[in-house]
Design a protein around this ligand. Structure first.
Ligand code: SF4
Ligand code: MSK
Length: 628
């Protein structure tokens, strides 16, 4: 079975079924969209004021400036940093919500502090005195300090102070330290307003500031406080792909991003009253499964099985076996309600920020989290009996995976090697030793979405296979994690696909070669890991034999992620070209000049094998520079 749209057979089957059921999918709509607009694709369409829309003619003798006189450099840079603003806003609003949930946990709600030790570590970053205080008091003060970092009116954001000394100096020297997380996003919107900034370098610099506020601010706060509230991820077994849906159980798909909702859904799904009701309607139980990043949040902490990534959201409904799809924010295609209307599936929206025509809206409220979670699940339970048997087809595909690799659990896992050789535990030394000795050639972070412009999961899987074959250990987040789990790259047996060094490490430590580090905001875990290694070696992140990639990215969040990785010193290869080619200057700045400033740069390479080679070459060059 082959399909140019996906490499993944369960999804192929559902695309075929959708066709028979007369259901339109993203791939059908993408086909109708062709040819996509060249002005938009190259970033030279400006709609910022109503004197436009203005378009720059790149090839002919048409207009080279908009009505106001903005040239291609200005227009491309403005459009790009508005994407960063969108992405950083999404991540950071998520971080703010989690901070608020911590505040509510301190003041009394259904949430509690699950990791007091981690709370104390985070409190210290914010300068909160912890000695002699009870945990709720510390939680309250930490939550308030975290919330202040979003809207601070003087000084600088606090979380980036956790970076290594060399990196901090680079940010200081180039004046890109975010003053507050929100402020930098707001400033992008101001700076790109008609008639404000026309200097592409200055515009990109503001994009950099906002992206650092995301990666080392909003996202990092989201990750750290999620661990505090919902537990520190530890290695745990799970299964991935559409085959995790169950014929005889109530299937609830948790889709979106924030664990505040999904973690409570997992807890409430064990409620006796609901389980009794499920039995009463003829089901054997309640099967909560995850989709996109909220799925990553719950699988990392509970082992909740992973139904699918971004381009599988419609396919899941096409199985005819999803009784409720519960959504909060981000990456939810508005089409899910249209697809659901062809089956019995109820789509339940829960956030005041994200309502979808055709969905039932049950507003989630952290104050009554458990009760509302029960109410939401009950909708799915009651819907079980409405399944249309002739429309139900659950593909059998599902793969085993080990997930749950927080930085803390990676360090703990590697201690197994240390204990064998009686060295101090609890540091990145074993990882560093493996890299310095060349047993591991280096490390790569592969992240991001799916995009119909790339065969679904092909970009992720092929690129990663090449990396592990070359003894490069890979950490993943977001939709990449699903692609790897579905392809069997997260099970111990995947060691057979590795070079001899990585294979030995996998055997000694008992880990797969591809480590699932979480959701999109958890890209911050990758920063923390790189930073710890850099600190240990008294180097900067840009000196390390490490590289990043986003082979199938599509969202504005990925633009922000890519930017904060590059400006943290990471060479980053994109599989889909961002809309910048309309400006030679902006393209050169991002793919060449930026390296001299921040030590990292972007490259674009749609072929995953060539992309892997670029990353391997970079890793080897860094090794050579370090003399290892
Ligand atoms: Fe055109 Fe300038 Fe208005 Fe953009 S800001 S739409 S380039 S006139
Ligand atoms: S869910 S941002 S499609 S990774 Fe985080 Fe996947 Fe990209 Fe959404």
């Amino acid at each position: 079975m082959e399909d140019s749209r996906t490499i993944e057979t369960a999804t192929m089957k559902m695309i075929e079924k959708a066709k028979k059921d007369n259901v339109e999918t993203a791939w059908d709509r993408a086909e109708k969209m062709k040819p996509q607009c060249g002005f938009g694709e190259t970033g030279v369409c400006c709609r910022i004021c109503t004197m436009g829309p203005c378009r720059i003619d790149l090839v002919g003798d048409g207009p080279k400036r908009g009505v106001c006189g903005a040239d291609a450099d200005t227009i491309v840079a403005r459009n790009l940093i508005r994407m960063i603003a969108g992405g950083a806003a999404a991540h950071s609003d998520h971080g703010r919500d989690i901070s608020h949930t911590l505040l509510m946990a301190a003041e009394g709600s259904d949430y509690e502090v699950k990791e007091p030790e981690k709370l104390i570590a985070v409190a210290k970053v914010f300068g909160v005195e912890t000695e002699g205080k009870d945990i709720k008091e510390i939680a309250k003060e930490t939550a308030i300090k975290a919330l202040e970092d979003f809207g601070r009116y003087e000084g600088l954001t606090l979380y980036p102070y956790t970076a290594n000394e060399k990196r901090k100096k680079i940010w200081e020297k180039n004046d890109v330290w975010p003053r507050s997380i929100d402020r930098e996003i707001v400033q992008i919107m101001h700076q790109t307003h008609m008639g404000v900034d026309a200097d592409y370098v200055n515009l990109i610099q503001q994009g950099v500031r906002a992206s650092i506020g995301d990666g080392w601010g909003g996202s990092m706060i989201a990750t750290e406080l999620s661990d505090v509230l919902f537990g520190l991820p530890k290695p745990i077994e799970t299964e991935a792909n559409l085959g995790v849906l169950e014929k005889n159980m109530v299937n609830i798909v948790a889709h979106g991003h924030e664990p505040t909702l999904s973690d409570m859904i997992v807890q409430a799904s064990q409620d006796n009253e609901l389980l009794e009701r499920a039995k009463a309607v003829g089901a054997e139980g309640i099967n909560v499964v995850g989709m996109c990043c909220t799925g990553n949040e719950i699988v990392m902490r509970h082992g909740t099985r992973m139904a699918g990534n971004f381009l599988q959201q419609e396919a899941a409904i096409v199985t005819g076996a999803v009784d409720a799809m519960i959504v909060d924010v981000q990456c939810i295609m508005p089409s899910v309600t249209q697809v659901a209307s062809c089956y019995h599936t109820k789509v339940i929206s829960t956030s005041p920020k994200a309502k979808i025509p055709g969905a039932i809206h049950i507003q989630f409220d952290e104050k009554h989290a458990y009760e509302i979670a029960k109410k939401i699940i009950l909708e799915g339970v009651e819907n079980f009996k409405n399944r249309i048997p002739e429309k139900v087809h659950i593909p059998e595909e599902k793969s085993q995976a080990i997930v749950g690799f927080s930085v803390e659990s990676i360090i703990k896992g590697l201690d197994k090697v240390v204990i064998a050789s009686a060295q101090p535990t609890g540091t990145v030394k074993p990882l560093v030793d493996c890299i310095v000795s060349g047993v591991l050639r280096g490390a790569a972070g592969v992240v991001g979405c799916n995009n119909h412009k790339v065969q679904h999961n092909y970009g992720h899987v092929e690129l990663i296979k090449d990396l592990i074959k070359h003894d490069v250990i890979v950490v993943v987040t977001g939709c990449t994690a699903y692609a790897c789990a579905e392809a069997g790259l997260m099970k111990p047996e995947a060691k057979e696909l590795c070079g001899p060094g990585l294979k030995t490490v996998c055997e000694l430590v008992g880990i797969p070669p591809v480590l699932h580090m979480g959701s999109c905001v958890d890209c911050s875990r990758i920063l923390i890991l790189l930073n710890e290694v850099a600190k240990y070696l008294n180097l900067d992140i840009s000196d390390l034999p490490a590289a990043g990639a986003a082979p199938e990215w599509m969202s504005e969040k990925a633009v922000s992620i890519g930017t904060y990785f590059v400006t943290s010193g990471v060479y980053t290869v994109l599989g889909v070209c961002p809309p910048v080619l309309g400006s030679k200057n902006v393209t050169k700045l991002l793919t060449e000049d930026v390296e001299g400033i921040y030590g990292g740069k972007f490259a674009v390479e749609p072929d995953p094998h060539k992309a892997a080679q670029l990353m391997i070459d970079h890793i080897e060059a860094k090794r050579k520079a370090l003399g290892i």
